[in-house]
Design a binder for this molecule. Sequence first.
Ligand code: SAM
Length: 268
Amino acid sequence: MEEKLNIKFNKSLGQNFIFDTNLLKAIVNDAGVDSNTNVLEIGTGAGTLTKEIALKANKVVSYEIDQNLKPTIQQNLCELHNVNVVFKDVMKEETSVIESNFEGQYVMVANLPYYITTPIIFKFLETAKNLKTMVIMVQKEVAERLCAKENTADYGAITAVINAVANTKITRIVKRNMFIPAPNVDSAVVRIDFDKNKYDIKSFENLSKLIKCAFHMRRKTLINNLKNLNLSKDKIENAFKVLNLNSNVRGEALSPEQFVKLSNLLFD
Ligand code: SAM
């Protein structure tokens, strides 16, 4: 199959493509794309997902790092007039420049390259202004982390940060044999709906700093990890008292909402 497609897959760029039209349509459906929706795709690949998005959306802007895919992409997308493929590394493009492609809100629909899934998520989480929803294919383990509840092994810094500003859910599990070439792991599609007013966050930057610090040494108590923030002992003790937190509590026991409250008190 790989030979028949006449594509030279570059493994180091996370090139595992999807050609199954039913699955592609299902992903577009998970994102609720309609003729009013503007979509950002990351990783055009052969343009298979791009095409299914474009058939439903108002406009698609798709970033692809690999110039070698240009002829394949041109061939597969030439009949569509609402697609703009940008041949650039999305991590090197300012988010404001990416967002200037759209007037107002947009959604991300992407089968993400696995080697940079987390940096891409954090980039948009921390800098995007008009991103409404992300519907992203990621490794199944990453999907489970994004949607985990506190006090579970999967719950980590990325879970708490994302769920402080968004609601997350897995919409489908995708077996490895649906990709060409097949990766070594199964995948899942995660839908992330941003709701910046979910909790009353005084500073997202401080919240993010606190959460990353709380999970720095997972087996350490929260108080021990917080020492890296150079806050006064009084401030920490007072915040723990107000929130009724035990001094032995670990970061993994705090819900996203509790992290928001703690951050608001610590950086007051
Ligand atoms: N959307 C296609 C599909 O579903 O078949 C391709 C998905 S493939 C998992 C990920 C794509 O992201 C690859 O085409 C890869 O070249 C591209 N990519 C990898 N790193 C990138 C980056 N930093 N910026 C933009 N695209 C990137």
